[in-house]
Each structure stands twice: as structure tokens, then as C-alpha cells.
Design a protein around this ligand. Sequence first.
Ligand SMILES: Cc1cc2nc3c(=O)[nH]c(=O)nc-3n(C[C@H](O)[C@H](O)[C@H](O)COP(=O)(O)OP(=O)(O)OC[C@H]3O[C@@H](n4cnc5c(N)ncnc54)[C@H](O)[C@@H]3O)c2cc1C
Length: 550
Amino acid sequence: MTDGIKSHYEVVVVGAGVSGIYQIKRLADLGIDALVLDAAPDLGGTWYWNRYPGARFDSESYTYGYSFSKELLNEWHWKERFSPQPENLRYLNYVTDKFDLRKYMRFNRKVAAAVFDEASNQWRLRLDDGFELTCRFVILAVGLLAVPTLPRLEGMDDFKGRSFHTFYWPHEPVDLAGKKVGIIGTGATAIQVIGEIADKVGELTVFQRRPNWSAPLNNSPISDAEMADIRARYDEIFAACTRSPGGFEHEPDRRGFYEVTREERIALWDKLYDEPGFGIWLSIFTDEAANAEFSAYIADRIRKRVKDPVTAEKLIPKDHGFGVQRVPLETNYFEAYNRDNVHLVDLGETPLECVTEKGLRTTARDYDLDIIVYSTGFDAITGSFDAIDITGVGGVKLADEWRDGPSTFLGMMAHGFPNLLMPTGPQSGSASTNFPRGIENGVGWCMGLLEHIRRYGYTRAEPTAEAQARWTAHVTKMYAIMLMRKAKSWFTGYNSNVPGHEYGKTRYLVYNGGTPKYVAAITGVAEKGYEGVVFDADARVAARSATAAE
Ligand SMILES: Cc1cc2nc3c(=O)[nH]c(=O)nc-3n(C[C@H](O)[C@H](O)[C@H](O)COP(=O)(O)OP(=O)(O)OC[C@H]3O[C@@H](n4cnc5c(N)ncnc54)[C@H](O)[C@@H]3O)c2cc1C
């Protein structure tokens, strides 16, 4: 089956999520011969796959949406401050149809391998059904949270009830009424699921290995009048996102922690705790004492919300401070534990032994369950890159190069892998921020590079090993000052379910300098004629004569 796919394109984009959709829009605007391939049955990426109850933004909806089209901004009405998955998927479909982008997309098409052919300066892609095609440039918009991981537990196939990872939550409604549900994990996803289903199931048993910090989402509907106000302020809102380190409209209080009294600090924190969104996710990421005081404040808030003191203590993280990794935002999460039908199992005390035919077994006892929900996260940041067998110059494999951690140029290119672009790759400015703001920056930079390449007739572009080493050293150095470096988190590459990602082997995966610094860095490179990128020699001569003729 070719579903109209040609054997060659100028550009192939892999992934039809937020990144891939914007990427193809920009390619189509320039009339570049391009194709988008996605393994999923339809577009949307994150918002196509994750259909679990409670799945929604924790970025303000109107700061998450694309900023590139005034018309789109004026047409779309976000109905909730933190929009749920079905609405987000509708939005991405709306954008795709509005700009007539679907014609470039092919679904159920998984890219299994990519080999760079040095003779022709082209990539040869092999899909998992054996189909092959070539392209000059390949753009990997494959997602940073797109490869779910399951726990390494014995007996998972023996369970006679239903079980699924939250990423694969069934598309048809799951009847939860009266059911005994067990959920493994208490990360960002589980926190959303638990708050949502606690009052809809018979019994809910939460199997927690380590607690996560979390703060209230404080979601609310957006009325017509509020939406009109947001539309009128879009320029201002996006300008604030551009200024703020996290790409959000919330800007940190610039007063230093020690410049204000404790009373003033508490008053500010009280206000932020009751406000919607990430405002509470302050910038106390580098000072250990300040972070400890703030964490103690949040811990007290948890103690006030959870009635049973023993349960409350179990829900308070002791191994890392608040905000040193991305903070999940919750609705009714802590109150769920006040319900008689919700039980917390501390896997630190009684670890899981195996999955049985009837449910889960810890070292203490068996739990009979109808449904097991694996909320066990992702092979984050590098997982979807590692999953493609990518071979660059001299037969070198990208997965081998990145075995102990990725090394990139600006998070968007890799030495030894010419003509391969990653608008939101590892070490780029996306993962530690409001993603779409980072995505628009990354896609914009990649497009600038492609235009430069087209202007001069180049056929090959690759970062130098030195430029890549400098960027990686810069990213690495920034971890040294962050408390986050100690966290058992996907920001440091920790995932006990992925071999080689054990604690203690820090992987420098995200750029921690914040949006303004990242944008300055990538813009600076572009302004210097893509300093650090080598273009093919023949074309270089042509470029010199073109410049001389201008
Ligand atoms: C549950 C959840 C909630 C989130 N909430 C927020 C939020 O509120 N704010 C925020 O900023 N970010 C959030 N994120 C992060 C989110 O991933 C990004 O906001 C954004 O959706 C990423 O878009 P993307 O296009 O880069 O990647 P994705 O949406 O992950 O899309 C990647 C696509 O690539 C496809 N693909 C991967 N490998 C291949 C292959 N080999 N062949 C073919 N296709 C392939 C996948 O099928 C997928 O469709 C959330 C993530 C999750 C998982």
C-alpha cells in the first residue's frame, strides 16, 4: 500500500503532533515538496494518544495554542482555562483543516529506519511495512513524551482483567462503575487520573513508589466575554511568554527570596496557591535553603488537605524539593485520599512482587483488581529517537552516539547526521517550557536554516563536532547549578523501567536556561550565517560567487 506516497520528497517530517503540524504548515507556505508520516491512525500526537480520564493541559489553553495566525487566534474559543484532551484534539484537527494540511499527511506509517547516503546527500527511510522512500531532509518531530514505558514486572500477561498504559487508554468509554481499579504510579498522569476517577470507581488502590510534588490547577470555564478579552490581549500574552523563562504568561516575582520578610513570602505563596496554573512553580531552583522553606510550605498545604496524617506524610516527597522538576497540577488529587474507597499502598514499604491472574502482589499481600492502569511514564526525550534505527555518516548509529546521553547542536542537529533536523530535540528549549512556544521557536529556526540552504543551493548541512561539543557542555554546565540535577526525574534521564537509565547516570536532556536565553542563542547562530554548521563545499563556492554578484 502506498496511499499516494511518492518515492522521493525534498523534506519528510516524522510526526503529526503539535510540532509536525506547524512544521508542515511552514513548509507548505514555501511550496516545498514535503510529506508528514505518523505511526498513529490520525494526527494530534500527545493529544491523539493520551485519552485517559482527566487528561488535559496544565499550560493555560490560550498560551498553549499556536500563535502564528491572527485569524486562527480570533476564530478559536478555548472553553476552559486548562482544556481537556478531546477539545485539544479538536483544536489540532481544526488547525490542520483550516490550513488544508491533511493532504500532506499519511497515517499508520511508522518510520523504522533512516540511512544517510553520502553519495547523494539524501536520507533513505524505511517504514515498518517495508516501504522505502528518499528525501533530502528529514525532520524528526517525533515527540519527547511519545514512547510509553511499562514496569518490569513478572506476570503482566497473566492478568485476567483489563490492563493498559494511560497512553493507550481505550478510545471507547471504559466502564469503571463498581470496578476495583489499581493504578501504578503517582506522576503527572496518575495525578490527573486519580483526581478524576476516584468518585467513579468501586475501589481505587494507588500503588506509589515515590510521591511527586503537585499544586492546584484551579481550572475554570472561559466565557465568551473572557475569551474576547483574551483575544484582545493575545499580543501581550505571547510577549509575556517570550519574556518568561518557562514560556508561560506567569512571570516569576523578581524580588530575591531573602529581600522580603517571611510574612511577605507566605502572603505571596498563599496567593499563588489559589491562582490557576504554573504561577506557583517559582524560580527557587538553585538555592537549597530557600527551596526547603518553600517545600515545607507546600507540605503543610498537603497536610491541611489530607485528613489522615499517615497518608498525608506518604504523599509528601522527601527526596527532592518542590519545583526542581516539572510540577504536575491537580484537581481533587489530595481530596481523593479522604474517600473511603481510595487506598494508598506505599511501595517503599511493601514493593510490588508481580502481577497475578487476579491483580497485583506486593511483599505484604495480594490485591484483587478488575482493571490495572499503568501510569508509568515515558522513555522521555530520547525514546522516540532511539526507536528509529538512524544511521549517519560512516555507518554511525544515533542510538549508539546517544547511549550515555544525547549530544546535539542547539537541540536541533547532530554531528555525523547531516540534513537531519529536530525542531524540539533533546537539549532544545522545548521540554523545560510551555512546549508550543518552544516548538514555534524550533520550527522557525529550522525553517530559517532550510531557507538559507535553498537560497545558496546547498545539498548538505551538518554541525561541526566542536559546535556540538560546545552546546552540550553549555547544557551540562547549566545542570550543575540546578537542584534538579539531583532529582529522580525524566529531566535527568532517570527511568527505572528503561535499561541504562538508572539513577546516578545523569543524562543532560533539557536546556535549562529558559526561553529568552535559548532564543538569543539560536538567533545568534542564524545571524552569523549559521555559525557552527558546515554546508557542502561545492555549494559554498556557488554561495561565494552569489554573494560577490549581489
Ligand atoms: C499527558 C500529557 C500532557 C501534556 N500536557 C502538556 C501541557 O499542558 N503543556 C505543555 O507544554 N506540554 C504538555 N505535554 C507535552 C506534549 O507532549 C507537548 O505539549 C506536545 O504535544 C508535543 O508535541 P510534538 O508534536 O512535539 O510531539 P507529540 O505530540 O508526542 O507527537 C509526536 C508524534 O510522532 C509520532 N511518531 C513518533 N515516532 C514515530 C515514528 N518512528 N514514525 C512515525 N511517527 C512517529 C507519534 O505517533 C506522535 O504522533 C503533555 C504531554 C503529555 C504526555
